[in-house]
Structures are given as C-alpha cells and as structure tokens.
Design a binder for this molecule. Structure first.
Ligand SMILES: Nc1cc2c(nn1)-c1ccccc1CC2
Length: 293
C-alpha cells in the first residue's frame, strides 16, 4: 500500500476512540465503500525539526515499512496509509479484545495452560518477525492485544512497531528506547542490540503472566534499571508456589545477561514447558491447573 495523499475521510468515516498514547490516537474507522470496520492510527507529524511534539516522519515511514514486511496472523495487519498536512493515518486491522495487560489485571494471573497458549502465539509472531531480521524493541503486555477476549482461546496480535528496527547484516544498532521494566541489560549498558533483546522482554512478560508481578520493578525507574543490570530477581514463594519447575526454567533461559546465550523464539517453541514431550505430560499439566483453579 503506497502512502495515499487523498483525505482519509473521503474513504473512511471516523468513529470512537480505541486507545491513545505516545504514538497518537487509535479510532474505529468505517470503510465507506464496504462498511467494514478497521482501526485508524492517527500519528501526528513534527511541524519542524526542533519541535518536540509529534513523531519524526522518518520513524513513521519506518513503522509503515516494517508493518508492510510483516504479514502474520499474530501481528497486527496494515491495510492502508494516508498522509495529510501534519499527520499520517495507518489503517490497520481492528482488534477488539483489548490489551493482554488488562486481561491479566482482571484475572490477577493466568493458569499455566492459559499462559502457555498465549506464549505460543506470541512466540510464533516474534519468531516470524525475527526471521525477517526485525526486532520489536517494545514487547510488553500493553503491546499484545487479544482479537476477541470472550473467546475460549483468544487470538493474540502484536501491535505498535513504533520502536521496531529492521537489521541489515553487519550493521550495529544501539538505542535507549523501550519501557524500563521490560528492557534487557544490553539496552541499559548501551551495547549493540539484536533480536535477542525481544527475548529478554518475553522472559519478563512470562514472569508477569504467571504471577501478576513484575520481576525487576522498583519504586523508581532508576531502581528498576539497577535491578536489571544486577540481575536482581527471584521467584517469590508467595506468587510461584504453584508454578511448575519447567515454567521457571523457561523464564531463567530468557533472563540471561549475555544476549547470545538467551533462547531464540524458535528454541522457546521447543522448550518442554511449551512443547510437551508426551500427551501424558500435557494431560498432567491440565489436571494440575484444574487443581490450582
Ligand atoms: N500503540 C498502539 C496502541 C493501540 C493500537 N495500535 N498501536 C491498536 C491497534 C488496533 C486496534 C486497537 C488499537 C488500540 C491500541
């Protein structure tokens, strides 16, 4: 989809607000020609180089290029792009089920089976992204949405590629972006980054899915960052007494200081916590989670 210079309102009727944040606003939009509902992501562009408000045109073009390269059922799809005077509008698939963050908040935490189901889908989307040498660099429960939360097995979608980066072979990339709770030690130490930075974030996300607690969070961002570089986290009995040893092993193999030592997304999908070796183990696990409920 090339960037269209026509007015987005000639093609879409703009509806209710779905979300807003650093990126701008996301609203429901109705396609006039078909009545189909999509989501419109309205990104404010900077008026001048020195302005602090709005996004750099370059970073918006980067998000568009990256979304265009990623067609996968666990990644939010891009349908159209409009550029007007000072804003770019991304027409993306409508995702109704809200953020995984709110889903966990409502349930305190998830059973291991629910966490495994979510993690499998997240790993498929992230594995696909990494196979294209694209890193998300802002994976967190707020950027993982559910297609329809009422469903028995909600389908997850990874959103917000505003900080994503496509690596060219041999290129070194550093950035200090991301959300403190979820960034790895190499980000804090301003070392060259790779797709492995996403795997650290998924270790933090898994810890939160199973316990509702954030492993490194301190009272301030500085304290959180100190905890990360010191690898200062534990599986507190109070929240992990019912969590399997395999689940803890999975997290421990992601929260590894050396990025090259961390499991990749593909290795995660083969880890015994995610891929039961036998049907008996799978049956065992579902029995244990029933006991837990
Ligand atoms: N940063 C965000 C945040 C959001 C979305 N995209 N990017 C989004 C995408 C499709 C449907 C609904 C939303 C709302 C939240």
């Amino acid at each position: 989809a090339l960037i269209k210079l026509q007015n987005v309102e000639d093609f879409y009727e703009i509806g209710d607000m779905l979300g807003s944040g650093h990126y701008g606003q996301v609203r429901v939009v109705h396609e006039r020609s078909t009545g189909t509902r999509w989501a419109g992501k309205f990104l404010k562009l900077r008026r001048s180089v020195s302005s602090r408000l709005g996004l750099e045109r370059k970073s918006v073009e980067q998000e568009v290029e990256i979304l265009q390269a990623l067609q996968h059922s666990n990644i939010m799809a891009l349908r159209d792009v409009f550029e007007s005077k000072a804003e770019v509008v991304l027409i993306v698939e409508l995702i109704n089920g809200g953020e995984l963050f709110d889903f966990i908040a409502e349930k305190e935490n998830l059973s291991e089976n629910e966490a495994i189901e979510f993690m499998k889908q997240i790993l498929k989307g992230v594995g696909f992204m990494h196979s294209k040498h694209i890193a998300h660099f802002d994976l967190k429960p707020e950027n993982i949405m559910l297609s329809e939360k009422e469903q028995e097995h909600p389908h997850i979608k990874i959103i917000d590629f505003g900080l994503a980066h496509r690596f060219t072979p041999g290129e070194e990339y550093k950035s200090l972006c991301g959300t403190p709770q979820y960034i790895g030690p190499e980000v804090i130490n301003f070392e060259p980054l790779s797709t492995a930075a996403d795997m650290w974030s998924l270790g933090v996300v898994t810890y939160i899915l199973l316990s509702g607690m954030s492993p490194f969070q301190g009272d301030t961002d500085e304290e959180t960052l100190r905890n990360i570089v010191a690898m200062n986290y534990e599986f507190e009995e109070q929240y992990f007494s019912e969590t399997s040893a395999m689940a803890k092993d999975f997290i421990e193999k992601l929260l590894v200081r050396d990025p090259s030592e961390r499991m990749t997304a593909d290795e995660c999908l083969l880890h015994p916590w995610i891929k039961p070796l036998t049907r008996k183990q799978a049956a065992n696990r579902s029995r244990s989670s029933i006991n837990m409920k």
